[in-house]
Write a protein that binds this ligand. Structure first.
Ligand SMILES: *Cc1c(COP(=O)(O)O)cnc(C)c1O
Length: 388
C-alpha cells in the first residue's frame, strides 16, 4: 500500500467508511441555541445591550479561571485590545511565534506595533522558552530603564505565546523568561478554550488573554471573541475601549479617547451561552476522537498523532498528524489524496515570515518552525465524529 493510501486507511478506521465529505471542524448546535436566540428576537435585545453578553462574559471568565472577561466581535479584535491594555504602543515590538495563524501577527500591527517572530518548540508547537531567552540575550538591551531591540532601537513591549491547535505552551518556562526581562505576557488563547496546563486553564496564564469564538473554533458565537484577565483595571479598560470609550452617563455623549465599536452583539452572546453549556461534553468527545486517531497510527512509522505531555490536557481543537521527517516530501501528495477522498485535511499555516505582508518584520532564527512547517497536518476533528 502506498504511504498516502495507508494514511487514508488509518483515518477511515476512525471515521468509518462515510461517503459524505468530512469537514475539518464543523460547528455543532445541540443545546439551547434556538431558545436563547429566539429570546433575543422576542424581547428585541439583539444588539449591543442585553443580558446574554453579561452571562457570556461570566462563562468565559469561569472557563479561563480569571476574575473578568470582556466579550468582543472577534478574536483578532480581542488580541489587538489585549495588547493595547498590556501597554503596547505605536512603533514598539511584540515577540510572537512564526508558527501561528496570521491573525496573531495582524493584531500586533492593528495595535500599531511591529511583530517580531521567534521559533517554536518541537513538541509543544508553541513559543520555545529557550530560543526566546537566547534571542533576547542577543538582541535585547536596557536603555534608560527601557528594554529595546538593539538592532532596531524599538522598545520590546510584550510576548504573545499561542497555544497551537489547543496544545498548551510551556507557560512556566516562558513566564520565567518574561519576568527576567520585565515583559508582560499576552496570551493568544484563541484555539485553547478548555485546554489546561499543569491543571490551570489556558486563557488565564498571562497578564491578559484573547479568545476566539469564530465558527471553526471549539465553541462558537458565529463570530466573536473575548478578553480575559484577573486584573479589574485592565478589564475596565478593555470594556471602555471596546465600547467607544464613552464615559458612563445617563444621557450625555462624552468619549475620553478614540475607542472602538468592538462589543459583541447580544444575539451572538446568546448563541455562545448555549454553546458553553456543551463545552465539557465536547471536550470529552474530542478526547475520545484524539485517542482513536492515536491508536490508529500507533503501529505506523510514517506518521503519528500528537498528544498531551504529562503537564498538559489540550482541548484537541484540531487533531494533528505529524509526519516522520523523511515523509516531508510526501506532504502535498498526501494532502491532495486525502482531500480528493473527501477527508478534509489542512497543512499547518504558512510561517509568518514567508508571507510577503510580514516578511520584512524582525525575526529570530526559525529552524524548528521551518522543519515543522513541512510535517504537520490537521485531521477532521469535529466532536460529532467521536459520537458515531
Ligand atoms: C482564530 C484565531 C485568531 C483570531 O480569531 P478570529 O475570531 O477569527 O478573529 C487569532 N489567533 C489564532 C491563533 C487563531 O486561531
Amino acid at each position: 500500500m502506498s504511504f498516502e493510501a495507508d494514511v487514508l486507511h488509518r483515518i477511515r478506521e476512525v471515521l468509518g467508511n462515510r461517503d459524505a465529505f468530512v469537514p475539518l471542524h464543523a460547528p455543532e448546535f445541540h443545546g439551547r441555541e434556538w431558545e436563547f436566540v429566539k429570546d433575543c428576537l422576542d424581547t428585541g435585545w439583539v444588539s449591543s445591550v442585553g443580558s446574554y453578553v453579561d452571562q457570556f462574559e461570566e462563562h468565559v471568565a469561569r472557563a479561563c479561571g480569571t476574575r473578568h472577561a470582556v466579550a468582543v466581535v472577534n478574536g483578532t479584535a480581542a488580541l489587538q485590545i489585549a495588547l493595547v491594555i498590556a501597554g503596547v504602543e505605536q512603533g514598539e515590538e511584540v515577540l510572537l511565534p512564526a508558527l501561528t495563524f496570521v491573525a496573531t501577527a495582524n493584531a500586533v500591527v492593528h495595535a500599531g506595533a511591529v511583530p517580531h517572530f521567534v521559533d517554536c518548540h518541537d513538541q509543544t508547537l508553541g513559543l520555545d522558552p529557550v530560543a526566546l531567552g537566547l534571542h533576547l540575550d542577543r538582541i535585547a538591551i536596557r536603555k534608560n530603564g527601557v528594554l529595546v531591540n538593539r538592532e532596531t532601537g524599538r522598545r520590546l513591549a510584550a510576548i504573545v505565546p499561542m497555544h497551537t491547535f489547543g496544545r498548551p505552551v510551556d507557560m512556566d518556562a516562558l513566564a520565567e523568561v518574561a519576568a527576567e526581562w520585565g515583559l508582560p505576557i499576552v496570551e493568544d488563547a484563541a484555539e485553547a478554550l478548555g485546554s489546561r496546563y499543569k491543571g490551570r486553564a489556558c486563557g488565564g496564564l498571562g497578564m491578559v488573554a484573547a479568545l476566539s469564538f469564530n465558527g471553526n473554533k471549539i465553541i462558537t458565537t458565529g463570530g466573536g471573541g473575548a478578553i480575559a484577565t484577573d486584573d479589574a483595571e485592565l478589564a475596565r479598560r478593555a470594556k471602555h475601549l471596546t465600547t467607544t470609550a464613552k464615559q458612563p452617563h445617563r444621557w450625555a455623549f462624552n468619549h475620553d479617547e478614540i475607542g472602538y465599536n468592538y462589543r459583541m452583539p447580544n444575539l451572538n452572546a446568546a448563541l455562545g451561552c448555549a454553546q458553553f453549556e456543551q463545552l465539557e461534553a465536547r471536550l470529552e468527545a474530542k478526547r475520545k476522537l484524539q485517542s482513536r486517531y492515536a491508536a490508529a497510527f500507533e503501529t505506523f512509522d510514517g506518521a503519528r498523532v500528537m498528544g498531551d505531555t504529562p503537564e498538559t490536557e489540550g482541548n484537541n481543537w484540531l487533531v494533528t498528524l505529524r509526519l516522520a521527517d523523511r515523509m516531508a516530501e510526501k506532504r502535498d501528495i498526501l494532502l491532495d489524496y486525502l482531500n480528493e477522498a473527501g477527508v478534509m485535511t489542512r497543512p499547518v499555516w504558512t510561517l509568518m515570515h514567508r508571507l510577503p505582508i510580514h516578511a520584512s518584520n524582525p525575526r529570530a532564527p526559525l529552524p524548528v518552525s521551518e522543519r515543522l512547517e513541512g510535517l504537520l497536518l490537521n485531521l477532521p476533528s469535529s466532536a460529532n465524529l467521536a459520537r458515531s
